[in-house]
Each structure stands twice: as structure tokens, then as C-alpha cells.
Ligand binder design. Sequence first.
Ligand code: HEM
Length: 452
Amino acid sequence: MIGVSLSRWTMAYFAAAIVALLLSEALMVAGYGFPALPVQAPQTLVLVHLVAIGWLSLLLCGALFQFVPVLVARSLYSNTLPFPALLFLLAGLGALLIGFLQLAGTIDFAPSLLPYGAILLAIGFALVLYNLGRTLWQARPLPLQARFVAVALVCLAATVAFGAIFSFAFGTTLHSDALLAIAGQGLPLHVSAGLGGWLTFAAIGVSYRLLAMFMLAPELNGRRPQAVFRLGSAALAVAILGGLASLLCKAPVFPALLIGGALGAVALALYLADAVHLYRARKRRIIELNSRMAALALVSLAASVVLTIVLLALGRLTQQVGALVFLVAFGWLGGLGLAKLYKIVAFLTWLECYGPVLGKMATPRVQDLVVEARARRWFVVYYLAVWSATVCLLASQDLAFRLAAAAMTVATLAVAVQLVRTRLLSNVAAASRLPGSVGRPHLLICMPGPNR
Ligand code: HEM
């Protein structure tokens, strides 16, 4: 990582993502949307997109601006574009949520803001895709982990395209039969592309590198990770393209989803086996908090796969899909996100502040920027709360779910406080905090170099 330039706006993406996470948790504590209301209710759509776009997508975009250059050993195409992209994404998310509130009847004015939200989000994500796409394009042939990210970016484009069609169907009058068919039956494809293709596939690609890097384990490039990539890509192609072809031919999409799901489950099982191998082959015997907490995210992923198979076998998948999506979003993706944020914020802040003076004066170590003992218990509370909340959803215990959501909120808030303390160097002993020309870092912007 040393020698790679810092992504200027990554911290701003992280901050916006954490705010969205806290807002969505507060809504769940208040009993807003699912499970008090059905999964399809507009209030649930507010919650789902605050999590999917506000928390998880902003987090991932911010992380990719920093890590795609690391994966391909090249600079990011533009360090400027992420800022306007963030503004478009935030404005688009705001308009999308207002559009859902109009559907819910909470806000009463015409016209619907859904199409405007879709356009703003499409512009924001297009800027992200252009920037990361140009960075990857210049680095062909791509290393394996970067290929995961490339497929994830294609899936992001598909997710946004489906979402935009739905938004236009809600907010305007569509005349095309094909678009109406997609708006009518395309929801599982949008969800598969978003949660499976964009968020999960990118998380897998980046985690191969981060798990190895932070635990000093040998990089995996052999046959099993190749199989994960091929099977996973095939699963996404069958589910999304096969599903799309089916619905355009007026056939049911379920068979494509089932075959894609089966391929995906095998890919995920192989990925989990690789992750276990990385933990076993690590050179760092005592691992840091981020690696220990990432293991709990991997447990959540394994539990999600098992839960899907069990629900399918019991014929209860449709009724319990809310609990499953919850576990994927908060246990696997959100858990991994929080765990890795804990290290990444420390690492980037350390590189920004002490990288330029390294070797010229005594500097703190990366681990001096964090107090793991303080954060550990809150991470544990977070995971226990997520797992309890999933059980409450499966058992239709709405009040208990809200209590578990409250525990998640408190734990997230406590981890967020730790992240801010790390960013502001508050955990570093005052005597060694700002030696020589080192200045205090800005909370939201990374500005490496002596002119900070
Ligand atoms: C970025 C990742 C995204 C993920 C993971 C995601 C996930 C989801 C999920 C799980 C649902 C079903 C929710 C429910 O039924 O309660 C949904 C529905 C929907 N999404 Fe997204 N979404 C994403 C992005 C977007 C974007 C960018 C847009 C708009 C441009 C959008 C617009 C919609 C609309 C309008 C619906 C309602 C569709 C209907 O009920 O017919 N989504 N999304």
C-alpha cells in the first residue's frame, strides 16, 4: 500500500455511509417499514435504499476509490470526480427517498420525485463507473481480484438500470411492453444484481486482498479463487441475463434464479473455504480486531447461504425473504464493512499523516491510532444484535426485533465514535501525535503531503 496515492474523498464517502447506517437503524428502532409493514410497502423501500445505497454502496464506492488502484498498482483515473459523484448520489438518494415517501402518502405533492432521483443516481453512479472503469481499463490484463470488481461494476450498472425503470414506471407512464414487463417482474433481478452482483461480488474481490494483507497470509490466485470467479460470474449471468430473457419472452423468471442461485451457492462455499484457508495460512499469529470481526461477517455469509437453502426446502423463502435480506445486508455486508472500516480509517489516516515523514522522524505505529479493547465489545454487541434481530424476524417478534435494532444502533454509534477518534488521532499519545511538520488530519478529506 505504501507508494499508492490516497483517495481524497474516501473519508467523506465513509462519513456519509455511517450517517445513513445510523439513520436506517434509528428507523428500524422506531418500527418504521418492515417488519411492521409488508416487505413491498413504500416505507420499507425507504429503509432498504437508505441501507443499500446510503450505507453499503457509498461505503463500497469510497473503499473502491482507494483499493482499485491498489489492486491494479495504478493511480485512480481521477481524484476529482468522486466529489461531484458523491453530491449526485446524495441528491439522488434524497429524491428517491422522497419519491417513496410520496408513494407512502407521507408527503403529499406532485409530481413524483422518483424519476428525478433515478436520473441523479444514474449520473452519480455513472461518474463512479467511469472513474473506476478507466482505472481498470488502463491496467488490463486484470489480476483476479480486480476482475471481481469489474464484474461487480457491470452489476451496479444493471442494478441502477432496473431501479431507474421501476422509478419511471412509478413516476411516469411507460408505453414500451418490454419496459412494462421489466417493471412488473424484474424486482428479483434488481435485488440479485444489487446485493449479489454489486455488493457481494465486490466485497469478495476486495476481501481476498484485504484478508491476506492484514493477516500477512499468502495471496490466493490458484484454482479455487478462479473457480469462485467463474462460477460466481456464471451465476450472475444466468440469474440476471437469463431472468431478463425469460421475462421478455413472458416466461417465469424463477428457473433462471434457481439455477443462478445454485451456482452462486457453490461459488460462495468455495469462497468461504478460501477465507478459512487465509485465516489458517496467516503469518500473523495474533490477529487484529478487524480480521477477527471480519470472521463474524463470514459466519453471517455462511449462515445466509444455509438459511436460503433451508427456507427453500421448507417452501418458506418468499415469506421469510425479509429476514434473509436483513442478515445479508447487516451481518455479511454491513459487518464486513464496519470491521474493515475500523482498520482502513486507521491505515489511511496513518499513511496520510505519518507516511510523508516516515524514516525522517519517530512516528506512531498504525495500531497506536486505535484502542481495540474499547471497540471490541461494541463489535460483539453489533453482531449479537444482528443475529438476534434475524431470529426475531424469522419468528415474527416485532417488538423484540426493535430492541435488537436498538442494540445495533448503540453499537454502531460506539464504533463510529471510535472511528472519529482514530481519524482525529485522539488515541495517539499527545507527545508523539504531531511531530515536526505533521498536521492534524481533516475529518472528511484526505490531503497527503507537507502542504496539507
Ligand atoms: C445499489 C444497490 C441497490 C440495491 C441492493 C437495491 C435493492 C432493492 C431491494 C431489496 C428492493 C426490494 C425492496 C422491497 O420490496 O421492499 C428494491 C426495490 C426497488 N429499487 Fe432498489 N436497490 C438498489 C439500487 C436502486 C437504485 C439505484 C434505484 C433507482 C435508480 C432503485 C429503485 C428501486 C425501486 C423503484 C424499487 C421498487 C420496485 C418495485 O416495488 O416494483 N434501487 N431495491
